[in-house]
Design a binder for this molecule. Structure first.
Ligand code: PLP
Length: 461
């Protein structure tokens, strides 16, 4: 056993190695020494994603929802490693764009279905939200090659545009149920006009689509992110409306393959917040849905990847401000946008070997971006930071790298994935040359065209 003990020491988490599958991995459960080594080896800022934890999260969801189909919402973390691990575990993939669809189908090609058949797209859904024409064209072309692909439309317009392109394949309708849930107004989608067709129009829209030859396979809604224990009532209400709707559709239009109630399974961002009681949510979902004669589908994104990831960042500035200790880090809102965009309070841990011996003082941890919203926490009690410390920011596996951007001409960070006691680079660190490439390429193109009578070009999308 001593050999495996040694390798467990090197793993990024001590919790997983025990073979248990706790409902949440806290920032304290990560191995500080292993994370410090990663920062030393790969530099800062650095995203770390533990694939073993992604598999654990999937296994818990499957255990709670044994009869449901789990479609992972790719937008939470689109790394090929994540998509392949989840496909291999039996999940499907839900995509929000042509780019995600391309990634999902590539992953499906490299992880053949368990039944040994060729990938036919049946493990992939494309959910079109105000789809640009190029996205629809890609989806329709792709569906010709992968007839198992399901396209979810959220507007009659989208159905018309699919028909215009000759598509009459598998169609699901996204409805707007008129109830929302979510931890922040910006992630409530259930009552926002942008998403879905008002539920009361669903039957007529689907009847019409069926008449036009579409293969109507499902109804869908996603009411927002952050379904939590205290919102169980709202969840019940929403799912029961979906059950009623599905029965209406089956009665008026025809059989459905699935009823998709979306994602939104919450994870605790505060260290003292209780994890979601999955069994209770699963129970409430089953009861509220009732008998529909179709498979239940869920689309978790965050739940599968959030606590599997941390962001490592180095402290570069420590100064006494008026009411707080101001701590500057090399990661900022361009690296992890959620605190600036959603007021998300990610846990922060100082990985210094002597952190536990330091005085705890209120600190405001902020990044290098010239924006007052570029702040990870305000006046939070933490061990007194020192320049050179490495901080770990927890729950960074979902909507972390995916929302990273180039504002302030900041290159995006590197990322690594961990599996067992092995770690590999999953994205190289960008350079400023990566940030300036589109502009340099444009200049080169302009120069090539100068001399000829260069006309301004507007590419329609
Ligand atoms: C974002 C999204 C999800 C996943 O949401 P989470 O909160 O990450 O679980 C699922 N379905 C759709 C349609 C989405 O847009």
């Amino acid at each position: 056993m001593s050999e495996s003990d040694e390798s467990e020491d090197a793993a990024v988490s001590t919790a997983s190695a025990s073979g248990e599958n706790p409902p949440v991995r806290r920032l304290a459960d990560w191995n500080a020494a292993a994370l410090r080594d990663l920062e030393a080896g790969y530099g800062s800022p650095l995203y770390v994603l533990d694939l073993d934890r992604v598999r654990e999260n999937h296994a818990r969801l499957e255990a709670a929802f044994p009869d449901a189909e789990v479609m992972y919402a790719v937008k939470a973390n689109a790394l090929a490693d994540v998509l392949e691990a989840l496909l291999a575990a039996g999940a499907g993939l839900e995509c929000a764009s042509a780019g995600e669809l391309e990634r999902a189908l590539a992953a499906a090609e490299s992880v053949p279905p368990a039944d040994g058949l060729d990938p036919d797209g049946s493990r992939v859904h494309y959910t079109a939200v105000n789809p640009p024409s190029a996205d629809l064209e890609y989806a329709v072309e792709t569906a010709a090659e992968y007839p198992g692909l399901t396209i979810t439309a959220g507007a009659e317009d989208t159905i018309d545009r699919l028909a215009e392109r000759g598509y009459d394949g598998r169609l699901c309708l996204r409805v707007n149920p008129g109830v929302g849930a979510g931890h922040h107004e910006k992630v409530e989608t259930g009552a926002t006009a942008k998403f879905g067709v008002p539920a009361e129009r669903a039957v007529s829209v689907l009847a019409d689509a069926a008449e036009r030859g579409f293969d109507v396979v499902g109804v869908h809604a996603h009411v927002g992110s952050g379904v939590s224990a205290d919102q169980l009532e709202a969840h019940r209400e929403f799912v029961s409306r979906m059950g009623d709707l599905a029965r209406d559709v089956v009665h008026e239009v025809g059989d459905l393959e699935f009823v998709d109630v979306g994602g939104g399974f919450g994870v605790p961002y505060d260290a003292d917040e209780e994890p979601l009681d999955l069994e209770a949510v699963a129970d409430a979902t089953r009861t509220a849905l009732g008998e529909v004669g179709a498979r239940l589908t869920i689309e978790p994104g965050r739940y599968l990847v959030a606590d599997a990831g941390v962001l490592l960042t180095r402290v570069n500035t420590v100064k006494a401000a008026r009411d707080t200790l101001a701590v500057g880090t090399d990661a900022g809102m361009t690296t992890l946008l959620r605190p600036a965009m959603y007021d998300a309070a990610h846990p922060i841990r100082n990985l210094a070997t002597d952190a536990d011996d330091r005085e705890t003082v209120p600190q405001t941890v902020a990044g290098p971006i010239c924006e007052s919203s570029d702040v990870f926490c305000e006046n939070r009690p933490l061990p007194h930071s020192e320049r050179g410390d490495v901080l770990a920011i927890g729950n960074a596996g979902a909507y972390g790298y995916e929302m990273a951007n180039h504002y302030n001409s900041r290159p995006r960070p590197a990322s690594v994935v961990a599996e067992g006691d092995e770690v590999r680079l999953s994205r190289v660190r960008e350079t400023v040359a990566d940030v300036t490439r589109p502009e340099r390429t444009a200049r080169e193109q302009n120069e090539r065209e100068a001399g000829g009578n260069a006309q301004p070009r507007i590419e329609r999308s």
